[in-house]
Ligand binder design. Structure first.
Ligand SMILES: [Cu+2]
Length: 210
């Protein structure tokens, strides 16, 4: 299993793109307007990104997953933490964990926009922000909804844009879910929302090891 994260956060273009999408009313119009072309371009874009990461960035996939901890098992959960997503911040703003602890996160989106809860390093979040920007540019992700069919589309090599990584979840408004994560290694971690513009506006928090 290869996990991919994108690289840069592009603050100003995020805002511009978000504004453009909103003013267009729906990114679906964009997708259906140039159906084949749109999909083909997206595949090419995503493929290029993944290719770049494979060759230049290293440290993703198994390596990155190992360094941030690992998916936890229910029988080892010692504590639950409720995470509320709002527009655009998390409550609580930071969390404290012990090395080796397995925590169940109960994640609720009480905002009006789609939000992500993702455990990773700052660099991983920066990677992922670029990917999510692309999802939004191509209509797979809208401000308040996820186009699941587009997310499932094969981008080549069996890769999709779906958020099925164990360290993250993408939630539409009023949805909730749980993630069990084992903090097996003490390292600099953040929980973050990488929906375009959200991280920059403060939708992130530190994972403190105590
Ligand atoms: Cu968000």
């Amino acid at each position: 299993m290869t996990r991919t994260y994108s690289l840069f956060s592009r603050v100003s273009s995020v805002v511009l793109v978000a504004a453009a999408m909103i003013s267009m009313g729906s990114s679906l119009a964009l997708a259906s307007g140039s159906h084949e072309g749109g999909h083909e371009k997206m595949k090419k874009d995503m493929h290029g990104k993944m290719h770049d990461q494979m060759h230049n960035k290293g440290g993703h996939g198994h390596g990155a997953a190992a360094s941030i901890g690992e998916p936890g098992v229910a029988s080892e959960v010692t504590r639950s933490i409720e995470i509320t997503m709002l527009d655009n911040l998390f409550e609580p703003e930071s969390i404290s964990v012990k090395k080796g602890e397995t925590i169940k996160f109960i994640v609720k989106n009480e905002g009006e926009f789609v939000h992500e809860f993702n455990i990773g390093t700052a660099a991983m979040h920066a990677h992922h922000q670029e990917e999510m920007m692309m999802m939004m540019e191509h209509g797979a992700l809208e401000a308040d909804k996820i186009n699941h069919d587009m997310m499932k589309m094969d981008m080549g090599g069996g890769k999709t844009m779906e958020h099925n990584d164990p360290n993250s979840v993408l939630l539409e408004p009023s949805k909730s879910t749980e993630i069990i994560w084992k903090f097996s290694k003490e390292t600099e971690l953040e929980f973050a929302c990488n929906v375009p513009g959200h991280y920059e506006s403060g939708m992130m928090g530190k994972v403190k090891f105590k």
